[in-house]
Design a protein around this ligand. Structure first.
Ligand SMILES: Cc1ncc(COP(=O)(O)O)c(C=O)c1O
Length: 391
């Protein structure tokens, strides 16, 4: 047995991972005045009033105790109805759905439920910053597969095939994607599903931006015949319902995987917040009109923003979903770090350098359009002025 290294107090796994690149950058921005922030990954809307009211009423009625570990059955039934109606995904509320503390917890318990030490998990990048660190924390090895603007940031079947080894256990995908806004349609996912089946893999599919699909309908990989049995879907209330601060998400999977996830959830969280669960029931029962209005507004902003980037000379592929634009800054000759830092210091616009989202992200910046059209217009003016100083 190798002896313990004396004096080192934190675990090797934790020492291996880096703090989030987004936070590091925004600590700098938060110390400055007159900033236009395109950096935050959260809605600029306040949670619809009736949802807030349901939370207040929950407190007034004295619902201050734990709920069932998997979440209130009434809420799971609503989630099940919602999934069937919106995405044609049939799931049993009793043993295939767990209400979690944000989609973040859902990602964590999904990975910990399936990964054994040394297992490889393919992470399709650029993507949300937590995936690779969560794989590491679960004892697995993240294997990055980059996508490119030329492929509209979609996962190409041959790339997936090339990354698979005998140790590969699962792949993590997220469409609509953060940071690229890219989406994949049913046929494209079908080509991926074939390989997943061939190699007997699992899929963790983060579909938290599903409602924000602007062109056509959202397709889930679980919709493809044979895939429901190998897919864990991550979702939640943060984005579509403008509920980031409520910390409420859900995870859905076949019952053997759900019961494994429930063990971890039981020991670490017990259950999600009771008043937030009451609010979520109201959100699903009566909040869909509000979701529709917010999504319309994001679509309008997307159209304006993408066109403006192209006009000022930062080519931007059209994001089919989520609320991020991911324009190329390659023409400027700067790295994404240099671009983001100089733009912040000279024009006070905060964006996120593309490289923090992993392979394929360098040469781009992530700009969230979950902010008012006026702010977007001012940001475009400032970015245009900044790039003109580089010429
Ligand atoms: C793709 C993706 N998954 C999960 C999350 C986390 O969501 P939650 O706030 O519900 O934990 C985010 C937040 O930005 C995200 O972009």
């Amino acid at each position: 047995m190798t002896p313990r290294t004396k004096g080192i107090r934190t675990s090797k796994l934790v020492n291996e991972i880096q703090p989030s690149g987004i936070r590091k950058f925004f600590d700098l921005a938060s110390s400055m005045d007159n900033i236009i922030s395109l950096g935050v990954g959260e809605p600029d809307f306040i949670t619809p009033w009736s949802v807030r009211e349901a939370c207040i009423s929950s407190l007034e009625r004295g619902y201050t105790a734990y709920t069932a570990n998997a979440g209130m059955l009434e809420l799971r039934v609503e989630i099940s109805n919602y999934l069937k109606k919106q995405f044609q995904l049939p799931y049993d509320p009793k043993n295939e759905i767990i209400v979690t503390v944000g989609a973040s917890e859902a990602l964590d318990i999904a990975l910990r439920a399936i990964v054994d030490p040394g297992d490889e998990v393919i992470v399709v990048e650029p993507t949300f910053v937590s995936y690779a660190p969560l794989v590491t924390l679960a004892g697995g090895k993240p294997v990055s597969v980059g996508t490119s603007v030329e492929a509209n940031f979609r996962l190409m079947p041959e790339q997936l095939r090339a990354a698979i080894t005998p140790m590969t256990k699962a792949i993590m995908v997220s469409f609509p994607n953060n940071p690229t806004g890219s989406t994949m349609n049913y046929d494209e996912l079908e080509a991926i599903a074939k390989i997943v089946e061939e190699y007997d893999l699992l899929v963790i599919s983060d579909e938290i931006y599903a409602e924000m699909t602007y062109d056509g309908n959202h397709a889930s990989i679980a919709n493809i015949p044979g895939m429901r049995e190998r897919t864990i879907i991550i979702s939640g209330f943060s984005k579509a319902f403008a509920m980031t601060g409520w910390r409420l998400g859900f995870v859905i999977a076949p019952s053997d995987i759900t019961s494994a996830m429930l063990k971890i959830h039981q020991y670490t969280m017990m259950c999600a917040s009771t008043m937030a669960q009451h609010a979520a029931i109201e959100a699903l029962q009566n909040g869909m009109d509000d979701v529709g209005k917010m999504v319309q507004s994001y679509k309008q902003r997307r159209n304006y923003f993408v066109k403006s980037f192209d006009e000022i000379g930062l080519p931007c592929h059209v994001p089919g979903g989520a609320f991020y634009a991911f324009p190329s800054i390659k023409n400027t000759g700067l790295t994404s770090d240099q671009f983001a830092e100089q733009l912040l210091l000279t024009e006070r616009v905060a964006v996120v350098p593309g490289h923090v989202f992993g392979s394929g992200g360098e040469g781009h910046i992530r700009c969230s359009y979950a902010t008012s059209l006026d702010n977007l217009k001012e940001a475009v003016t400032r970015i245009d002025r900044f790039i003109n100083t580089l010429k």
